[in-house]
Design a protein around this ligand. Structure first.
Ligand code: FES
Length: 206
């Protein structure tokens, strides 16, 4: 199993070249626990995947595979984090009430993440399943595949198949075919930059 890291600079992530096929360095997914190495069959059935995000810089995205599905791991900029929640009126489901994510993600509101700096979600458009492209640069009429995303674009994802747009929490904008937000899988942190996809986060202590 291999992961990919997009090493383009942040501003380049707005370009048409950004996405699954972007230049990357191979990562190796390491076993979830050193003492327990799941078999190939167990992995195929959905064993957790541990992601080493230590080389993921601010504004970059990497892709990993979990349960045969592509999962994006995005390290969000402070600018994007600070703006999140200010465009809720433009969204179909700003509170993620009709979208799929663990409860501990939904309870985090607009950020839809355990930590503000990392967003994790399935790279699967909720319309017909294409892979959305990253268009991370906010507020500059970002262009992806020749499409102008418009002034005020907060940074997010653009699906090239039928034009669905999502913010950098995977929340879908109004007026596009995708009906719901991008799905967030169960995950937790096993260290500052180690993300365990497929392992639920422990409830926060009161
Ligand atoms: S599959 Fe993404 S917009 Fe249709």
């Amino acid at each position: 199993m291999s992961d990919q890291v997009d090493h383009s600079r942040r501003r380049l992530l707005t370009a048409a070249t950004v996405g699954v096929g972007a230049v990357g360095v191979a990562f190796t997914a390491v076993p979830f626990l050193a003492s327990w190495q799941p078999s190939a069959r167990a992995k195929a059935l959905g064993a957790p995947v541990e992601v080493d995000a230590s080389k993921l810089e601010v504004g970059q995205m990497m892709k990993v595979v979990w349960r045969g599905q592509a999962v994006y791991v995005v390290r969000r900029t402070k600018e994007v984090i600070d703006q999140m929640g200010k465009h809720d009126a433009l969204l179909v489901d700003p509170g993620s009430d009709g979208s799929i994510q663990p409860d501990y993600i939904k309870s985090e509101g607009a950020l839809r993440s355990i930590r503000p700096d990392y967003w994790i979600g399935l790279a699967v458009c909720t319309h017909l399943g294409c892979s959305p492209l990253g268009a991370f640069e906010p507020n500059n009429s970002a262009q992806v595949t020749g499409v102008d995303l418009g002034q005020g674009w907060p940074g997010g994802f653009y699906c090239p198949c039928h034009g669905s747009k999502f913010d950098l929490s995977g929340r879908v904008f109004k007026g596009v075919p995708a009906p719901t937000n991008l799905t967030v899988p169960p995950y937790s942190f096993g260290g500052d930059t180690r993300i365990l996809i497929g392992v639920d986060s422990a409830p926060k202590k009161a």
